[in-house]
Design a protein around this ligand. Structure first.
Ligand code: NAD
Length: 473
């Protein structure tokens, strides 16, 4: 039996969490695959300068926070000594290099050809790859564009200064500044603020809107905001940065907001104001691949672009800009190419903010429901009623289920609390499988675990939780 990809050449442009899974799966289907990326090994932003190194540093932060919090239960440690060189070496060699090197080995084992350099379409069957003055032409029958995204920096904040960081600079961990201004209270801003505050930096966060993590449900954000306010030097809401300039040893920052309108000085400034798709300078116009007005590549349900032989997946193909969304799209695109029935129609894409506490949600949120006029019932279980949360001294969480009235189907899940990112997996499974409240509450969850909070939230809907009496709905 011949495999569907036999005799067909596939070029994958970009080797992040969209591109490398696409390349590996396509090789499994028998395609002759070339994976093109500027970096020495596959992994993309996520493994090299995003999800993975940030989680390594957040792990270090949680060790520091936990050691400090242990004082409350009668265990006191000496103040920590931080060997920044060793911490950086661990992150770079034992985490990032290990994982990216592993992907390189898998690529070779799957007979995926790796080509290093920057690729650009020159016609609808050729990508020209340039690296160190050398040119390679990659011929293809089909291509998948998975070029990701990059930081989007507002024009007044674009200054050429080593003291003004983007997320990659912050992750490089070259120093622990005395003061740091984080511009943007979204995913990246709050994760990096958590890291540097743990390392001892006095961190100020400025957020343009009235809420941290704008878009996330207010009841979840409120709990995180409490912890952030406690750990940061200052959190300035409804504030923007008008200008930046180098001054003395640091950066002079002109702030304008509801509470502060003045010029201040910080050692370093991190800009975390969002990301934009990498859809420029790829020669897309020469192959007839259309963009949306926000610069994302237009795709259909199979992730096919306006040029039928070319697909696009991941950040470059639209929001949410999340690694696991890219990986799932890779499957849809490759299965479509292999002639299998496949479509992009997830009911639940989990989102996780790896702060302390973590915030996670999937499926419908209360904000979405309100905006779209969808009627929902909400059942919440506060972690103050959880045995497990009490034993770990973390009763500050909440688990909530959004329920479709009538059918009692779980259509959304929101969690705030340590480990929320792990717990949301069960929520995503429940939403994706169309589970009803009965399915969740009648599934035996191990005791004592935080996973019980999902079951207890379902029980609470019927006021049947043994540990919590809900107010009458
Ligand atoms: P974001 O959209 O999450 O947050 C940007 C924040 O900056 C917003 O709150 C916005 O209101 C604020 N802002 C914008 N301009 C501002 C200004 N001039 N002054 C003050 N505040 C301003 O973007 P991000 O944090 O840069 O992250 C980018 C993307 O990367 C996210 O959309 C996310 O999908 C992805 N990401 C995910 C994770 C994760 O999954 N844990 C972690 C990091 C990044």
């Amino acid at each position: 039996m011949t495999s569907p990809g036999e005799g067909r050449r596939l070029a994958v442009l970009g080797a992040g969490p969209g591109g490398y899974p696409a390349a590996f799966l396509a090789a499994e289907h028998g395609f002759e695959v070339t994976l093109i990326d500027e970096r020495a090994q596959p992994g993309g932003v996520c493994l090299w300068v995003g999800c993975i190194p940030s989680k390594a540093l957040l792990h270090a932060a949680s060790v520091l926070y936990d050691a400090r919090a242990a004082e409350a239960i009668g265990i006191t440690f000496e103040p920590p000594r931080i060997d920044l060189d060793r911490l950086r070496e661990w992150k770079d060699k034992e985490v990032v290099a290990k994982l990216t090197g592993g992907l390189g080995q898998i690529a070779r084992a799957r007979r995926v050809r790796l080509v290093h350099g920057r690729g650009r379409f020159v016609d609808d069957h050729t990508i020209r790859v340039q690296a160190d003055g050398e040119l390679t032409e990659v011929e293809f029958d089909h291509a998948i564009i998975a070029t990701g995204s990059r930081p989007s920096i507002p024009p007044p904040l674009r200054i050429d200064s080593k003291r003004v960081w983007d997320s990659s600079d912050a992750l490089a961990l070259t120093e622990i500044p005395r003061t740091l201004l984080v511009v943007g209270g979204g995913y990246i801003g709050l994760e990096m603020a958590t890291v540097y505050a743990a390392l001892g930096t006095a961190v100020t966060v400025v957020e343009m809107t009235a809420s941290l993590l704008p878009g996330a449900d207010a009841d979840l954000v409120k709990i995180l905001a409490g912890a952030i306010n406690e750990r940061m030097h200052e959190v300035l809401m409804e504030t923007t940065v008008l200008s930046l300039k180098e001054a003395g040893d640091g950066v002079e920052v002109e702030l304008s907001g509801s509470d502060v309108s003045e010029t201040r000085q910080y050692d370093r400034v991190l800009i975390a104001t969002g990301r934009r798709p990498n859809s420029e300078d790829l020669g897309l116009e020469t192959v007839g691949v259309r963009l949306t007005n926000r610069g994302f590549i237009e795709v259909d349900h199979q992730r096919r672009t306006s040029e039928p032989s070319i697909f696009a997946i991941g950040d470059v193909a639209g929001e949410p800009m999340l690694a696991h969304k890219a990986t799932h799209e890779a499957r849809v695109a490759v299965e479509t190419l292999a002639g299998e029935p496949a479509a992009w129609e997830p009911a639940a894409i989990p989102a996780v903010v790896f702060t302390d506490p973590e915030v996670a949600w999937c499926g419908l949120t209360e904000n979405d429901a309100r905006a779209r006029g969808i009627e929902v019932e909400v059942t919440r279980f506060p972690w103050s009623a959880s045995g497990r949360a009490t034993t770990v001294g973390r009763t500050d969480g909440v688990t909530k289920l959004l329920v479709e009235p009538g059918t009692q189907r779980v259509i959304g899940v929101g969690i705030v609390g340590p480990g929320a990112g792990e717990l949301i997996g069960e929520g995503a499974l429940a939403v994706e499988m169309g589970a009803r409240l009965d399915d969740v509450r009648m599934t035996i969850h191990a005791h004592p675990t935080l996973s019980e909070t999902l079951m207890e939230a379902a029980e609470t809907f019927f006021n049947a939780s043994p540990h919590y009496i809900a107010r009458r709905r």
